[in-house]
Design a binder for this molecule. Structure first.
Ligand code: T46
Length: 138
């Protein structure tokens, strides 16, 4: 099964321009508790390099483009986000990296939880260990 789960976000726009609406628990499997966005990302800068223990997120490139790498510890896939009508669903316990931000990229993220640094796994070996521990207890 692919790690890349893209959600189509209907464009409700008209001749005046685009409009996308996202309703937590209606369009998403989680309630939206936090919204943040990345913008003015320095060229050639990569971000992410972590996984979350519990957090689920939907990432939408509302302007410009960037690449996401998702990794579940077994396989690694890349997807380019370049449309405000496509949302990338990122489940918990998925390692993510973001690369190739265009200068005009605005990456908006809808998150299922408030910010909590203890939910981050920022070391790749720790991530792989946590994945294999989860496997062992199943
Ligand atoms: C993710 C990817 C897609 C906060 O204080 N509150 C927040 O809501 C966020 C998101 C970050 N921060 C602080 C934590 C760090 O001191 O802002 C600083 C930069 O965060 P970080 O280095 O984690 O940023 P990215 O771009 O590597 O990752 C972010 C999110 O943190 C992460 O959850 O999945 O975007």
């Amino acid at each position: 099964m692919s790690l890349i789960k893209l959600i189509d976000l209907p464009d409700l726009g008209d001749e005046r321009g685009g409009l996308v609406s996202i309703e937590g628990t209606v369009d998403l499997s989680f309630e939206i508790k936090r919204v943040y966005f990345l913008y003015n990302t320095t060229s050639n800068c990569a971000r992410g390099y972590h996984a979350h223990k519990n957090l689920k997120q939907l990432a939408i490139c509302v302007n410009g483009q960037c690449d996401f790498i998702l990794d579940d510890g077994n396989s690694r896939e890349t997807v380019k986000l370049s449309s405000p009508t496509k949302g990338l669903l990122i489940e918990n316990m998925i390692w993510r990296e973001m690369h190739n931000f265009s200068h005009d990229c605005v990456l908006m993220v809808l998150a299922s939880e408030l910010y909590n640094e203890s939910d981050y796994i920022r070391d790749y070996s720790d991530f792989l260990n946590s994945k294999s521990c989860n496997k062992d207890t199943k």
